[in-house]
Design a protein around this ligand. Structure first.
Ligand SMILES: CC(C)(COP(=O)(O)OP(=O)(O)OC[C@H]1O[C@@H](n2cnc3c(N)ncnc32)[C@H](O)[C@@H]1OP(=O)(O)O)[C@@H](O)C(=O)NCCC(=O)NCCS
Length: 186
């Protein structure tokens, strides 16, 4: 059940203390910096345009409202007490629908916390949450084909399998890349 700022899970990864908690309005500045730095580093995410603090506040209010209604679960990660990223579990449509058993994920860890095993552990928690809260049976992800680290994490470490590909499904600055669809039955 959503409660602003409440801790959902606490664990350690190689000595790093990780907390996953619900967002609160005071996260807006960190979230804005985070998304803008992902855009700056050209991370393979869908957003391409930087956001303002006002836009981020509006977005945050929206996700808090959706979380309160149980339509999505958005989580802030902290590592050793510092903002480290944002993660979400959601359904494509509001229930009831014929695709209520499919959950989707969004993952974004700050650069300095990558390659430490943290993303993989968070993914495991997201799968548990999807099962418990959404009664999900399938997780579906869309990954940009050249995101080698994410592909390695999903496919090799977490057992997702590629079920399709949208040729040229990602277009940024006139350059096309394939969008790979992966699923995991859970
Ligand atoms: C994708 C993401 C969530 C993974 O989390 P993470 O904490 O970095 O992942 P982990 O440390 O658990 O695992 C990373 C693995 O990728 C490997 N790796 C790192 N760079 C790689 C590369 N260029 N090619 C292939 N594998 C790579 C690491 O060696 C490690 O594998 P190993 O444990 O077998 O050695 C995180 O990197 C991230 O948020 N990236 C930016 C945003 C993004 O791409 N989101 C996903 C969109 S679908």
């Amino acid at each position: 059940m959503f409660k602003s700022g409440a801790v959902v899970r606490k664990f350690e990864v190689n000595g790093e203390k990780v907390i996953l908690r619900y967002p609160k309005m005071s996260d807006a500045k960190n979230l804005m910096r985070h998304i803008n730095s992902l855009i700056d580093e050209r991370a393979r995410i869908i957003l391409t345009k930087k956001v303002t603090l006002e836009e981020e506040k509006k977005y945050l209010k929206g996700i808090i409202d959706k979380s309160k209604k149980g339509l999505s679960i958005d989580l802030i990660a902290e590592v050793n007490g510092e903002f480290a990223g944002k993660f979400d579990v959601f359904r494509e449509r509001n229930p009831p629908s014929a695709i209520d058993h499919i959950a989707k994920f969004g993952l974004g860890l700050k650069r300095k916390y990558r390659n430490m095993g943290i993303g993989t552990e968070i993914l495991k928690v997201l799968i548990e949450i999807a099962k418990k809260e959404f009664k999900a049976e399938i997780i579906e992800l869309g990954i940009i084909a050249d995101n080698d680290r994410a592909v390695h994490v999903y496919k090799d470490k977490m057992g997702f399998r590629e079920v399709g590909r949208i040729p040229n499904g990602y277009k940024r600055d006139g350059k096309y890349l394939d969008r790979v669809i992966m699923i995991k039955n859970i």
